[in-house]
Write a protein that binds this ligand. Structure first.
Ligand code: ADP
Length: 340
């Protein structure tokens, strides 16, 4: 009797455990199907959103909370996609506007140089006209004709060189960083500004320049040096000197006043300094120098773009500009460009 009772109880307990296990398995399988898979899809989608991938919407059937969450995620992705496209368009427009501004600044410099260049072209043109007249008169022997033709060719090459430099400077081009020797860039800028310096009777002096290389955009660097030199020439008295120096230094970006920036680590930089003996800059003007359209020059003389454009270019290169100035004594602008 006891045995039968025990066996019955065991069957009963075994059956119950079997039923519980079967129910557990069923619940697990249903749970995976109803909750696990959709949840995994939502997790995958969230991870993709986190990585900036707004494609592949989640497709959850049904009308439960999971499906609603999936729809909300899809709608959020659509909105983010539209906003991203808008931001891309706006930043493209901003880059274009900056490029236009820089191009405008280059054209303004070309305008400032034009009268000096016209003057510079006058001398070789006179030589060409004079020599051509001699040849046309037919009074030269063969050797003299050869000499005159050679002189005409040399002067024509000189004029072509001046015009090429000017056009090269004015040309619009895409930013392009490469290994550049800043001395070559400075030399080109000094040559380009020769006529303007002559017109103002100012001497451009290149100080000791070490051999060095930096990863910069050559055309933009030339634009910065040109802007600083034009300002220095314009501020200089007749007979004054403008010095341009280049050296390699280890420097730390200064902390802007009133900010909570931490001290940055020192950088290997090239330093381009432009020193003049001009009118100097009043202390009240110093905080405004790099603001767009800040100018103390007469209308037609200055637009206030040069320093703000230069500042933008130097910042794009990860560098900065420092200014020291003493009214009535002169100013020194120092451009720091990280080597790489
Ligand atoms: P612009 O030359 O068209 O006025 P910039 O942005 O190049 O524009 O210069 C802004 C102002 O900074 C100038 O109008 C001038 O007052 C001042 N400035 C710049 N460089 C010098 C300098 N070397 N000496 C004296 N003043 C300067």
């Amino acid at each position: 009797e006891i045995h039968r009772h025990t066996r019955g109880t065991m069957y009963y307990v075994g059956g119950t455990i079997g039923a519980i296990l079967a129910c557990g398995l069923l619940v697990t399988l249903l749970g995976i199907r109803i909750v696990g898979r959709p949840l995994q899809q939502l997790i995958d989608k969230t991870e993709r959103i986190g990585e900036g991938d707004f494609t592949q919407p989640v497709t959850l059937s049904g009308r439960d909370e999971m499906a609603q969450l999936g729809t909300a995620l899809n709608q959020m992705c659509d909105k983010l996609k539209r906003q991203r496209a808008q931001i891309e368009e706006e930043s493209k427009a901003r880059v274009n506007a900056i490029e236009q501004l820089r191009h405008g600044d280059r054209l303004q410099t070309v305008g400032r140089l034009a009268s000096g260049v016209a003057h510079e072209l006058g001398t070789p043109l006179n030589v060409v006209a004079g020599r051509a007249q001699l040849i046309a008169a037919g009074q030269l022997n063969e050797t003299q004709v050869c000499e005159s033709a050679t002189a005409i060719k040399a002067e024509a090459d000189r004029m072509a060189g001046i015009i090429r430099q000017l056009l090269d400077f004015a040309r619009r081009r895409k930013p392009q960083v490469s290994a550049v020797d800043p001395r070559d860039v400075a030399r080109t800028a000094v040559e380009l500004l020769g006529p303007l310096a002559q017109k103002h009777e100012v001497a451009l002096v290149c100080d000791g320049q070490d051999a060095m290389f930096a990863q910069v955009d050559a055309a933009q660097t030339q634009q910065v040096i040109t802007n600083l030199l034009v300002n220095a020439i314009q501020a200089s008295p007749t007979g004054g000197e403008v010095h341009i120096g280049l050296d390699a230094v280890e420097a730390t970006r200064p902390i802007a006043e009133g900010t909570s920036d931490v001290v940055a680590p020192p950088l290997q930089c090239i330093r381009i300094s432009v020193l003049d003996q001009g009118s100097g800059i009043p202390e009240t003007d110093l905080p405004h120098l790099f603001e767009p359209f800040f100018t103390t020059k007469d209308t037609g003389e200055g637009t206030g773009l040069g320093l703000s454009v230069s500042h933008g270019i130097v910042e794009d290169h990860g560098g900065w500009i420092e200014v020291e100035s003493t009214p009535e004594k002169g100013s020194r602008f120092m451009v720091y460009l990280p080597k790489s």
